[in-house]
Design a protein around this ligand. Sequence first.
Ligand SMILES: [Zn+2]
Length: 297
Amino acid sequence: MDISIEKLKEQMCEVGRRIWRRGYCAGNEGNHSVRIGQDRVLCTPTGISKGFLEPDDICIINLEGQQIELNQNQQRPTSEVLVHLAIYKHRPDVRAVIHSHPPHATAFAVADVALPQGIHPEAEIFLGKVPTAKFAMPSTQALPDSIIPLIGDQTNTVLLGNHGSVSFSTDLIDAYYRLEILDNYCRILILCQQLGKTNVLDVAQVTELLEVKKKFGFEDDRLMCAPQGCITSDNQDFLATFDVRPTTATCQCNGGHTITHQTPPPAINQTRPTDVTDDALTPIVQAITDQIMAKIG
Ligand SMILES: [Zn+2]
């Protein structure tokens, strides 16, 4: 049964609150939309925090971006409406789009580090390959032009260079889940970088994972080339960010067992203050020596 427009507006407000609570957008950043017909789209208004959205704030536009009727609170549609409309035109199956600035995922887009693959099951199954678009000016046609060539039939998430992310799906909740999974995956990767290493699944494991994905009903063309190892060959961009290489050193304190140091151990502190010169010490040493000799004598 089709969900009513009023219910969809409430759902858009609830998703907005979750986006704001999880820190995916600050201030009035971000926007989301739901396609409700061949030529009708509900979208968030411009200039309002996603945490404060009310159903009467939601705008109705056509696929050319024109506002069909003024909403009760008299807001205008999001300035990023071109991205939403381009995706709806390019992918007839898509019914919901979320543009956001999730910090961990956006860090990859700002650092221009391609998202690695073959590392985490949820990322593989629910996101698949996530391309990164080159930077394009927000609120202009350049932004959709930068991402549409990267969106194939199976793409559901794209990173925007130096900007943020776009997730889309057949319904709004699913598009929101992809946003959460994206930022969680990127947070795990950044934590791995702090730990100093990341285990990439081997070719057999990645192939099996994509076979499981197929059984779940998610088509993924990467399954065809997974046995050749080409999925994880893209990971050099991310692995190259591990610039602190562990070095092994032999510990002398307990039987000479081998320990690992991230950086060379610090030099042993000198107990003698560095600003005391030999010249300054000479009279003191002489006085002590004189006292000892006097007592011996
Ligand atoms: Zn943005």
